[in-house]
Ligand binder design. Structure first.
Ligand code: ADP
Ligand code: ZN
Length: 530
């Protein structure tokens, strides 16, 4: 007599309606669920907000036994489990935040078959006692969430994930479903190899988020630019502002508050209670702007985030896509706005040079940064570039990104490039010196600053040969030389050095097309005042 629905409905559909209260599956969900219910392995690529959780939760409920979910998002497990319990799903988790008693209780529930879903931190599976525990119960499936963490090529590698390939050896008959929101072709291939999922069926959803307007602007005074954006286009809207450092988060939040915007800080340096309180306010109240490091956002499900702003350059296109993807989950128009400048490149290089790990690791980080720079400096449609990066060639232009709305003109920057590169070359050859962009720009502009005079740089033949461009335009030139691999940044002080390709420009064997920054930033056609 309850709402059993149409007897022709599948168990999965009935579960979706009865347990989760939704009417219908979305996109690939149904195909994925049916495949896993039938015992098949799956590799699922779906953008953030696409609805990955149901893809393993429903099969776990429909199949006999306990669904074991491996997730690195330890901080979210309690919330996820609470949410499932509120729906009447018997869920539990095991991770390092628990004390012995809590752990024992969950283990007992598992062994007694009293759970539908068990969330595990990946490091738990390195512990033999956990494996023995799993042997004592019946497992319906393994779900490997955030599966890109297994890929060394990716941007979020976690060594504990490598051990997950052993699951299949130990429990060969249990179906596995690996899920991720970020995967280029290379990462996808690496996931399949490392998790022994070569035979798994792949479900690749479109990564396009048509309601998000992508905009990347040259950084001038990032906080003021942000304020302008909020005041003209996002009055009273909820949004996330990402900064690289804790200090940047604190300062930006204080700046916004002092200008009458309800902003809250979030970073790992705040105590847990403050973080939780700020997060709760962001989720429950309207129009809160969360200023955060990338520590914020994983698994946060707030549908009406109207904008995501980056005040610092993300480390990779994957990271950028994931972070901007938190905007507009409700499908309504939203903005992804990034301010980026030369200093960002210098800073990121410094971080890479100083990072732990071997050369190969640093090289990968460098490649991720280069791809991000290429996205910033492209004259093509941002969305087309993004989708192409994720192996999904789309149309030529989307009509909803800054380059489509305000097409940047290009100019022949070959002469400017030659001037800049020869200044770098002369400093290195004649003076055995390396300098950052600021000093070289001063030299080209013929500015007799104290530092120029002190180093006797006004006697260089390149002194004053670049007055046709402004300092800001020269910074644009440098950014593009970096993005095109014609110049490189190194060391603690962000000094500039030539690359192998620089010689082609200096020898006039290579043209250098450049993007001219639009005079006025692209803006959505709205009731923008002033
Ligand atoms: P992801 O893990 O891919 O980021 P989630 O699984 O968190 O996405 O789902 C995002 C949101 O969409 C959640 O609020 C979820 O409840 C909702 N959702 C997922 N599938 C459906 C569906 N078939 N019908 C309605 N809402 C859904
Ligand atoms: Zn476009």
């Amino acid at each position: 007599g309850d709402h059993a629905g149409d007897p022709r409905d599948s168990d999965a559909l009935r579960c979706l309606r009865r347990v989760f209260g939704y009417d219908a599956f979305r996109g690939d969900q149904e195909a994925i669920v049916e495949h896993v219910v039938a015992g098949g392995d799956a590799l699922v690529l779906m953008p953030t907000g696409g609805g990955k959780s149901l893809c393993y939760q429903i099969p776990a409920l429909v199949r006999p036994g306990v669904g074991v979910v491996v997730s690195p998002l330890i901080a979210l497990m309690q919330d996820q489990v609470d949410a499932l319990r509120a729906l009447g799903v018997r869920a539990g988790f095991l991770n390092s935040t628990q004390d012995m008693d809590e752990r024992r209780m969950v283990e007992a529930e598992f062994a007694a078959g009293e759970l539908d879903l068990l969330y595990l931190a990946p490091e738990r599976l390195r512990v033999e006692s956990t494996l023995r525990l799993l042997d004592r119960g019946k497992i319906s499936l393994f779900a490997i969430d955030e599966a890109h963490c297994v890929a060394q090529w990716g941007h979020d590698f976690r060594p504990d994930y490598l051990a997950l390939s052993a699951l299949h050896e130990r429990w060969p008959d249990v179906p596995r479903i690996a899920l991720t929101a970020t995967a280029t072709e290379a990462t996808r291939a690496e996931i399949a190899t490392r998790l022994n999922l070569g035979g798994a069926r792949q479900f690749v959803a479109s990564f396009d988020r048509p309601n998000i307007q992508y905009r990347i602007v040259p950084k001038d005074d990032a906080r003021k630019q942000l304020l302008e954006l909020l005041r003209t286009e996002h009055v009273g809207d909820a949004g996330v502002v990402y900064c690289l450092s804790r200090r940047g988060v604190e300062d930006t939040a204080a700046f916004l508050v002092s200008h009458g915007i309800e902003a809250l800080p979030y970073h790992a340096g705040l105590d847990a209670a403050t973080r939780a309180a700020n997060q709760a306010r962001f989720l429950r109240e309207d129009g809160i702007v969360m200023v955060a490091t990338i520590a914020f956002g994983m698994g946060i499900d707030k549908p009406d985030v109207r904008f995501v702003a980056h005040l610092d350059l993300p480390k990779s296109v994957e990271g950028y896509y994931q972070e901007t993807g938190r905007a507009g989950r409700d499908g309504l128009p939203s903005t992804a706005w990034l301010a980026y400048g030369l200093q960002d490149v210098v800073q990121q290089r410094k971080l890479i040079d100083g990072s732990e790990g071997d050369d190969a690791h640093r090289r990968r980080l460098g490649q991720h940064l280069d791809a991000m720079l290429a996205l910033c400096e492209t004259v093509e449609c941002r969305r087309a570039r993004l989708l192409a990066y994720f192996g999904q060639p789309g149309g030529a232009s989307c009509g909803n990104c800054d380059t489509c709305l305000t097409p940047p003109t290009t100019w022949d920057g070959t002469i400017a490039a030659q001037k800049f590169l020869s200044a770098v070359y002369r400093l290195a050859r004649e003076r055995r010196q390396k300098f950052g962009a600021g000093q070289i720009i001063d030299i080209l502009l013929g500015k007799k600053t104290a530092k120029v005079v002190q180093h006797d740089h006004d006697t260089l033949t390149v002194f004053g040969i670049g007055t046709e461009l402004s300092a800001a335009e020269w910074r644009g030139v440098v950014r593009q030389l970096l993005a095109q691999g014609l110049l490189a940044v190194e060391g603690e002080y962000g000094t500039l050095v030539l690359t192998d390709a620089s010689g082609e420009v200096l020898g006039s064997r290579r043209q250098v097309p450049m993007r001219r920054d639009p005079a006025r930033p692209a803006r959505a056609a709205k009731s923008a005042k002033g």
